[in-house]
Design a protein around this ligand. Structure first.
Ligand SMILES: [Zn+2]
Length: 254
């Protein structure tokens, strides 16, 4: 019985996640194109036909419609259900760590914004300022709901990664974008300095691995978006940072 209630709770959180993921798809599509996401229903990017409400059910519609627009028959990108699925899984992971709490809400809000930053940075190589500004909301709220991260740790967190990135960017043009630097400053306040270091380390590890893979495959395009890997690092630190740092120190018997 307890297991069933648990399962229903997790399913409920997953559904909240994929519904919000569906909304994130709208934000990800509209911000770079400067279309207001407050007005108008979702539409097909090929024929501009409005998507009917019952064709707009997260994940399921994609398979129901066999990945094609009902009006023009053009394929619907797999990225839409993938973003919904990722948001759903993220909602469940945060629930597993924080339960039903304000902490869930703060971390989920941050994660939703990070998903938007990830996809838009992949698409355009730009992290929109409005999304970095939006991330300030959960960052400021985390000050109240995560009191274990002290104010000094947060202030150091703002500069501990963003400042070295800024210096690097001055000497090596194209090393990082300004968006990456601003992202790490806001994330630094949210995480505190220890978890900010961890987030940047994970980001560098993942981003570095992808950069090497691109070099090996001799991709002509020299530029790659670094923001997505930083976002994965930030999200990992938000969820499991304290556990990972404890485990790391335990390796040295500390
Ligand atoms: Zn269409």
């Amino acid at each position: 019985m307890v297991e069933l209630i648990q399962f229903i709770l997790y399913l409920y959180v997953f559904i909240i996640g994929i519904v919000i993921g569906s909304f994130l798809n709208v934000i990800i599509y509209r911000i770079p194109r400067e279309i207001s996401f407050a007005k108008g229903r979702s539409f097909c990017p090929h024929c501009n036909a409005q998507i009917k409400g019952y064709h707009n059910i997260p994940i399921f519609s994609y398979f129901w419609l066999k990945a094609r627009c009902t009006d023009c028959g053009e394929p619907i990108s797999i990225r839409y259900p993938l973003v919904e699925l990722c948001t759903g899984i993220m909602a469940v992971l945060i629930f597993a760590v924080y339960g039903f709490s304000f902490q869930w809400l703060v971390v989920f809000t941050a994660g939703a914004i990070l998903i938007c930053i990830t996809m838009i940075d992949f698409d355009t190589m730009i992290i929109p300022n409005e999304l970095v500004l939006a991330l300030m909301a959960p960052a400021l709220l985390s000050f109240f709901f995560f009191p274990q991260v002290g104010i000094l740790s947060r202030v150091i967190g703002i500069v501990i990664i963003s400042l070295p990135m800024l210096v690097l960017a001055l000497f090596i043009p194209d090393a990082f974008g300004g968006g990456d630097i601003k992202l790490m400053a806001v994330a630094g306040f949210m995480l505190g300095w220890g978890n900010t270091l961890l987030a940047a380390f994970i980001g560098l590890l993942l981003g570095g691995a992808v950069a090497v893979a691109l070099l090996v495959r001799k991709t002509k395009d020299k530029h790659m978006a670094f923001g997505p890997y930083l976002c994965i690092g930030i999200m990992t630190a938000l969820l499991f940072g304290d556990i990972i740092i404890q485990w790391y120190f335990s390796l040295f018997g500390l």
